[in-house]
Write a protein that binds this ligand. Structure first.
Ligand code: BTN
Length: 326
């Protein structure tokens, strides 16, 4: 761990209390001068630190690999965590370095400058306020349909969040609370010589954003856990919980090929099933009744114009409510 990460780890451990710079120097076996220089650097990078006199505190708990590891029960996932101050996108980094990353590796960043969403959208990840992570999977066995892993991820996120908020899942990759998006999933694959070289599960969670961090056009579509529960959440505990649930569901799926344990969670929390929604592809939109999610993770819908039932698997579709996001 470099000194910046050690400072952040220690301050997060003490959050929301403040610490004397002299105590921090002793705890980290460093000099006050060096600590002070690093604190100034963190401030310049826009980390949420407040220095008042000779005391220092964070206004939000921040990411720390060590804190995640302390909460981790998963054996393989999160075994190697790489945390960056800033990346263009954790998914892009993971894909570029896939060859050097092993199964279960986790790439994290305090901020993303060009975060990627589904369908080419932009995903905003301001410094210290959200979780941006990419999990590397290199399955030993063949996976019958990689898109099932997006459903598995949604289920693991639901399990990790459900003691804090009432989670809904908007197939295929959105996690919502009160019909507003709090997390998104972007699953990407890399092939080399026609062979799957790895899968990158990208997850963005709006943990500690404030309303003012969202652009006006997102106010009725997106929310953050902090705004919903009224206080900041510990991102490290949440990541560890997510990895623990992910590993349990993943190992079972790989061993048995049975997707039902996580698809059942997706069905139980679905915000779409049993409702009429607009299904949009390019400029074409049709109304459909959403029946269920089938055993392959496809969304089963009955189009109202033809009364035909189809299983939708394409990731090109957008699903919308009458005049709204859901
Ligand atoms: C979506 O809802 O459209 C998917 C959003 C996925 C965002 C995450 S943040 C971490 C990872 N890196 C990226 O660039 N995107 C994913």
């Amino acid at each position: 761990m470099n000194l910046n990460h050690s400072i952040i780890h220690t301050l997060t451990k003490y959050y929301p209390e403040s610490l004397k710079i002299s105590s921090l120097a002793i705890a980290l076996n460093s000099s006050e001068k060096l600590i002070y220089t690093n604190l100034q650097r963190l401030k310049k990078q826009r980390f949420p630190v407040i220095i008042s006199g000779n005391s220092i505190r964070l206004t939000l708990p921040l990411l720390s690999s060590l804190s995640i590891k302390q909460e981790l029960a998963a054996k393989k996932l999160g075994e190697k965590i790489t945390l960056f101050d800033s990346l263009n996108s954790t998914n892009s980094y993971a894909k570029e370095h896939l060859h050097d990353l092993s199964h279960g590796g986790l790439i994290l960043a305090h901020e993303q400058t060009v975060g990627k969403g589904r369908l080419g959208r932009v995903w905003s990840s301001p410094i210290g306020k959200s979780i941006s992570m990419s999990l590397i999977l290199k399955p030993k066995n063949h996976i019958r349909d990689v898109s099932l892993l997006t459903q598995l991820t949604a289920a693991a996120l639901t399990e990790a969040l459900k003691d804090k908020v009432e989670v809904q899942i908007k197939w295929p990759n959105d996690v919502l609370v009160n019909k507003k998006k709090v997390a998104g999933i972007l699953t990407e694959t890399e092939f080399s010589g026609g062979k799957l070289s790895g899968i990158v599960i990208g997850v963005g969670i709006n943990t500690n954003l404030e309303y003012s961090d969202f652009p006006d056009e997102l106010h009725n579509k997106a929310d953050s856990i902090r705004e919903i529960i009224g206080h900041p959440v510990d991102p490290n505990e949440l990541i560890a919980d997510f990895l623990n649930h992910f590993e349990a569901l993943y190992d079972r799926f790989i061993q048995t090929g049975d997707a039902n344990p996580f698809l059942a969670i997706c069905r139980d929390h679905s915000v779409l099933i049993g409702r009429e929604m607009w299904i949009e592809e390019n400029s074409n939109r049709r109304k459909a009744f959403i029946e269920t999610i089938d055993k392959n993770g496809a969304l089963v819908v009955t189009f109202l114009d033809t009364n035909q039932t189809e299983a939708i698997t394409s990731t090109h579709f957008s699903i919308r409510g009458e005049d709204s996001y859901v």
